[in-house]
Design a protein around this ligand. Structure first.
Ligand code: SAM
Length: 451
């Protein structure tokens, strides 16, 4: 087998994160995507001893486990790669994948409590970040998600099953409106153009919606008519916030050079487990509200009795986890790197009548060692790259009896757990919670105890 060869094979094993490994002869075939049982035609990108990396060219035959109805964009859109697999089966696959990651790092001997499904496996997202572009060179303006395996082509996902009809109405209205205005979309290749992104957020329990149109500053366009068009849509939600973000940054990400409030306020509110949270346009908030209620409930169960205890909520975002724990705790300290999220977290605590919470802005790896109070319990909920090694050292240095680790990436989680083990923390119990149905991702909650 050599580079550029075209091969055909059957997918054997799906690995966590959306890759697969199959055996062809005595060679391991590694591929992005693939569902166990699918027959695939692929091109060889690279060979190493006994291994080959390939790129899928064509699905020759569906897998026998692909029995679920899909949306009209499936296979073309890079979004929900396992939508065709029944939800119960998706859960079984994810549970096994996470367990395999633990075993690979010699982590065993703990209580494994399996996986909990999301309360909704469709229409569950409370946030979408759409990109302006086109589907083919010089074609009409599109607004949506990247096509599978493409960096540039964007498809308008107006039949997406991840979000409710309010999202679809805002999406289609926006793309139709700007198509008529013939405004150019921003091209990441030469950094020229105007229309960049549309970010839609919704409080699922409060029905408050935010629409944030993101453009460069290269054209001075009056957004008044666009705002009026959105307000006349007759949505099921209340459009409490329409924003215009100016972003001249070169990175292909939603950043803010200037925020203009076109209508209402610059935040929405969401309610979780009886608490209210103010969500600002750039703050992290779990994207599956009903799933988050389950996730935080599991975290609370893992924490157990925290009556009158000092709790650290590290990587605290808008302060959700800390505040869920604050009712019983003596004091909660949170650390979060995004300043506006910290401001929102402290405001949220006040709004919720919690006087024992203090959220601090900073990088956990640099700031946590400055906390003077000794914690009884530490909760960490880091982003995908996991906890910095310095932070693991400093967190362990407090000697708290218990640490609860909530992770959206079990690959970095298991590496961090090995590091925590070196500081005397053993895994006590583990549970998975599927916050992202139809995608290859899930959350994992781990309780560590100091030995
Ligand atoms: C997975 S989110 C968890 C947020 C929160 N616990 C929740 O459930 O909503 C991770 C958070 O860590 C923050 N973050 C990323 N790197 C950080 C760092 N080095 N120090 C502190 N916070 C960081 C992100 O801004 C984000 O809010």
């Amino acid at each position: 087998m050599k580079k550029k060869d075209i091969i055909e094979f059957e997918v054997d094993k799906m690995e966590f994160g959306g890759t697969s490994v199959s055996l062809l002869g005595n060679r391991e075939i590694h591929m992005k995507g693939g569902i166990t049982g699918q027959k695939i035609k692929a091109a060889v990108k690279r060979t190493r001893s006994g291994k080959a990396d390939v790129k899928m060219l064509e699905l020759l035959e569906k897998s026998p486990i692909e029995t679920e109805e899909t949306c009209e964009h499936f296979n073309e859109c890079g979004g929900c790669s396992i939508l065709s697999v029944p939800y119960q089966k998706q859960l079984e696959i994810k549970e096994k994948q996470v367990m395999d990651l633990f075993l690979k790092q010699d982590l065993f001997g703990f209580q494994f409590l399996g996986i909990e499904g999301s309360p909704q496996d469709k229409l569950y997202r409370n946030k979408m970040e759409y990109t302006f572009g086109d589907e083919m060179k010089d074609g009409p303006l599109t607004l949506g998600l990247h096509k599978k395996g493409r960096h540039i082509d964007i498809m308008t996902v107006d039949g997406c099953l991840l979000v409710d009809q309010d999202f679809i109405k805002v999406l289609t209205t926006t793309v139709d409106y700007f198509n008529k205005k013939e405004l150019p979309y921003y091209r990441t290749v030469n950094h020229k153009g105007y229309l960049r992104n549309l970010v839609v957020r919704k409080g699922i329990n409060t029905k408050e919606m935010m629409v944030n149109i993101v453009t460069s500053s290269q054209i001075d366009f009056d957004m008044t008519e666009y705002k009026e068009t959105l307000l006349s849509l007759g949505l099921d939600s209340e459009l409490v916030s329409i924003l215009h973000t100016i972003n001249d940054g070169l990175a292909d990400a939603v950043n803010c050079d200037e925020l203009r409030v076109l209508h209402g306020r610059d935040y929405i509110q969401e309610e979780i487990l009886g608490l209210r949270f103010k969500i600002s346009p750039f703050s992290f908030f779990q994207t599956n509200t009903k799933g988050a209620e389950k996730l935080y409930t599991i975290a609370r169960e893992f924490v157990g009795n925290h009556e009158n205890k000092v709790v650290f909520d590290l990587y605290s975002g808008t302060g959700t986890i800390g505040q869920v724990m604050a009712g019983a705790a003596k004091k909660v300290y949170g650390i979060e790197i995004i300043e506006e999220a910290v401001v929102a977290a402290n405001e949220n605590a006040k709004l919720n009548g919690l006087t024992n919470c203090e959220f601090i802005a900073g990088d956990v790896a640099k700031t946590v060692k400055n906390l003077k109070n000794k914690p009884d319990l530490i909760i960490v909920d880091p982003p995908r790259p996991g906890v910095h090694k310095d932070a693991i050292r400093d967190i362990s240095g407090f000697g708290a009896k218990e640490i609860v680790y909530i992770s959206c990436n079990p690959k970095t989680l298991v590496l961090d757990l090995v590091e925590f083990k070196n500081y005397g923390y053993e895994v006590e119990k583990v549970k998975c919670m599927d916050m992202f149905p139809n995608t290859p991702h899930c959350e994992t909650i781990v309780k560590l105890e100091k030995r």
